[in-house]
Design a protein around this ligand. Structure first.
Ligand code: FPP
Ligand code: MG
Length: 298
């Protein structure tokens, strides 16, 4: 049923009646459509679920277009990002088009659904800002990190699940928690992959987050485990270009302290909690989406 979502997005873009916007949109890789999958699995594939899924994916795509400009990222989904090909201005403007058309269409959906989604987009924007602010200096505060990834990533997954529950007349709180746990686990794994995968696997430089100043969960845990001298070495590397010796040292220390396992276990707890919520609700098909959160390799 994801094809119906793709068709709805294409229809919304066609509605704009603007050849340039249509051409630019065709250049955008689609991604996993995780949020749309979540909505359709929870709410079924009625017209209103398809519209909600399309709107959420348009907003998500807009946020990534802006994020790649903010992060100076030239690779997205293994290929050149739109900002790398057409420049920052074009990427921002396509983001604005997708975002505003998404909001326009959101107006035609149930008021409560629209409130849930639009509130999540506020959180998303605050989360992106906090991500940038936290990157300015070495952040060893796990609570600040967790709040930021909740806002930046989990809020829209939480809202997708809650909105879908509203559409389907299911208990919103249960699905909201399910979506939130999935979102936090998703970002934790994303942050972990940046540390454990090679640049070939990632399609972007490895440990780039730390070079960008982002002190993600593996780095927070590593910092907590290191002795004073090692702590100094780690913080001196913050927001710097890492040599292969530095990268190797970080990997060795992460192995020594079992950091990867520790982060993975934390994401797994959230996913297991989400799965048991769905099992209690008799929604066994939502288990696979939850599992794919921690079993993914990109
Ligand atoms: C990716 O994080 C970024 C997000 C999930 C949120 C981006 C949000 C905004 C730019 C604000 C909202 C803007 C609009 C237009 C709605 P990441 O950089 O950690 O992940 P990545 O590795 O996929 O880039
Ligand atoms: Mg980014």
């Amino acid at each position: 049923m994801l094809e119906a979502v793709e068709r709805k997005i294409s229809q919304y873009i066609e509605d704009l009646n603007d050849a340039d916007a249509i051409a630019l949109y065709t250049k955008l890789p689609h991604g996993k459509r995780l949020r749309a999958k979540l909505i359709l699995k929870i709410a079924g594939s009625s017209l209103v679920s398809i519209k909600t899924a399309a709107i959420v994916e348009m907003i998500h795509a807009a946020s990534l277009l802006h994020d790649d400009v903010i992060d100076d990222a030239f690779v997205r989904r293994g290929t050149a990002s739109l900002n790398a090909i057409y420049g920052n201005k074009t990427a921002i403007m396509l983001g604005d088009i997708l975002y505003s058309k998404g909001f326009y269409e959101l107006n035609n959906i149930d008021k409560e659904v629209s409130k849930v989604i639009s509130n999540a987009v506020v959180q998303l924007s605050l989360g992106e800002r906090n991500d940038v602010l936290l990157s300015e200096r070495f952040n060893s505060d796990k609570q600040k990190y967790l709040k930021m990834i909740y806002q930046k990533t989990a809020s829209l997954m939480e809202a997708s699940a809650e909105a879908a529950a509203l559409l389907a007349g299911k208990p919103r709180e249960t699905y909201r928690t399910y979506g939130r746990n999935l979102g936090i686990a998703f970002q934790m794994i994303d942050d972990l992959l940046d540390v454990i995968q090679t640049s070939e696997q990632l399609g972007k430089p490895a440990m780039h987050d730390y070079e960008e100043g982002k002190v993600t969960l593996p780095f927070i845990y590593l910092y907590e485990s290191l002795d004073q001298v090692e702590k100094l070495r780690l913080t001196s590397l913050h927001a710097q270009r890492l040599s292969s010796d530095d990268q190797q040292w970080i990997t060795i220390k992460m192995n020594e302290y079992g950091i990867v396992q520790k982060c993975f276990a934390e994401a797994k707890i959230l996913v297991e909690e989400a799965i048991s919520l769905m099992n209690e609700a008799g929604e066994n098909s939502l288990e696979n989406i939850a599992r794919s959160m921690i079993e993914r390799s990109f």
